[in-house]
Design a protein around this ligand. Sequence first.
Ligand code: C2O
Ligand code: CU
Length: 441
Amino acid sequence: MKIARSILMAIILCFLGQSHTHAEQPLKLEAKESTYQFPFFDTQTPVWSYNGQIPGPVIHGKEGTTLVVDFLNKLQEPSSIHWHGLRIDNAMDGVPGVTQDPVGSGENFIYRLKLEDAGTFWYHPHFNSSEQLERGLKGVFIVEEAEKQPWSRDLVWLMDDWFLQKDGTIYPQFNTGRDLMHDGRWGNVPTINGKFRPEFTVSPGERIRLRLINGANARIFSPHIEGLSADVIAVDGRPVTQIFPLNRFVLSPGNRIDLDVTIPQQTGGKTYIVEDRFSRKAFQLASIVVKSAEPISPPELTPLTEASFIPAQMFENVSVAKTWDLNAIRGGKYGIGWTMNMKLWPDADKADYPLGLPRKIIFKNSSSRLHPMHIHGVFFRVLERNGQKAVESFTRDTVLVGPRESVTIGFVPEHRGIWLTHCHIQSHAEAGMMTTIEVKK
Ligand code: C2O
Ligand code: CU
């Protein structure tokens, strides 16, 4: 009896030990110089990549687990990785000078990511970001729901744009006066997963979860699929409060949406064009080609929604804790500075809030440029635009504040630490448009 028991214990311990080492097996991400073949050039384009891939590998994690990432920096300069949208330990947030030291050339850093929320996220450096992202460092991070739904297909589209020169190299100035005076650096080659106008082949009847991520430095996309209806089921990683049809949704740098798309039964042989409609002149991004095959019957499923996450009512009697005025000034290291309350990072007008109390913030754009404002480590709900009630049926982590527009948001600080808050147009952030929200007990 005693022996049997100790054998059983040994087996259990051994089993636990194994699953433990499995969970701890770090995923390796290596930032390095490499090359990438675009279709327009005879030569390879020098890029910076994670693991030699453009874009970086899609990372899959599971809700409720801890994923360990061993980041090795093989670039000639410091770097870091920020996990955009993930609510994790502040020490793992990847912001040099705020949450960690820069990861020097040849050094590594172990990120331990406790995955609290399922959904579509992404990762990118937070050091010399206007150059490092633009040279290719970015990738998608999917946190799978504990319970998987039977989608026929889960498609991930990382949208980006590149500013390529005739000789196939990346235009090597990253914070030009032109970028700074306007809406940052808009490229000349839009890509999806690094491909120019890729074709995706599907079968009639498929029901697809299509995840769109805007990983561009500055370009704003408004994706449209001609002839196909699509529903938005998640924004910035989280299920929406109420599902709504995709109709000129504005995807600014940092934003993600998950779409529910069903390919109708009798469409074998048909091609659907996906285009961008944000710019005055629409242009093709991709195409969806339907195989001439027997239609399958679409899987039955009900996409998740979140009725009670940070509801607008929560903020009804809450006064505004902070108004950040967004504007340009002369000065700073580029001659043009982008300010929040007239201050340039790191000499910023910071906020600090206690844990657990609902807060209201206004981003007030006094300039005529675009500012997609992002807050690390929280989700917020848009409540008002220009002082008028404009409650969104979803939460976000990045909101585009248009020229002369003001946007009121509500959120609840739930994680301790210092959370960066900035414009996601990389050159604006680089020119000063950054601050922090510190959450204390
Ligand atoms: Cu994509 Cu500071 O973030
Ligand atoms: Cu901006």
